[in-house]
Design a protein. Sequence first.
Length: 139
Amino acid sequence: MTMNRLFNLVLVVVIFAVGALTIREAVITTAVVHQDASTARWVAMGEYYTARQNQDVLRLQRSRAAEAARWSAMGEYYAAGQSPEAQRIQRSRAAEAARWSAMGESYTIRQAQEAQRLQRQLSAETARWNAITEFYKSK
């Protein structure tokens, strides 16, 4: 019976050892798989954001190219000459601009003249009150 017990004990130890080693290997494998998955995730995110940034750059370049083409075409149109109607509109706008500029200058001159007039009035009032003060001081 001791042999039987010894055999059972060895069998139990072997089963526990195999179980412990199996669990240990499963834990290590899970950690490695988890690390690989995490690395793959971060690599994929990096690739995604790099691609997205490249798309944004390309979109911005296309937008700027389209704007440049648009403004170049408009410049060529206006430089090449215009229809009589467009020339009339342009002269009309130039006349309006000249009119408003002249009005602005007129109001600026009026404002400067008004400021000078107010300054002279203030100087006269100051002189008047100073004279009154001197008059009463001398009595």
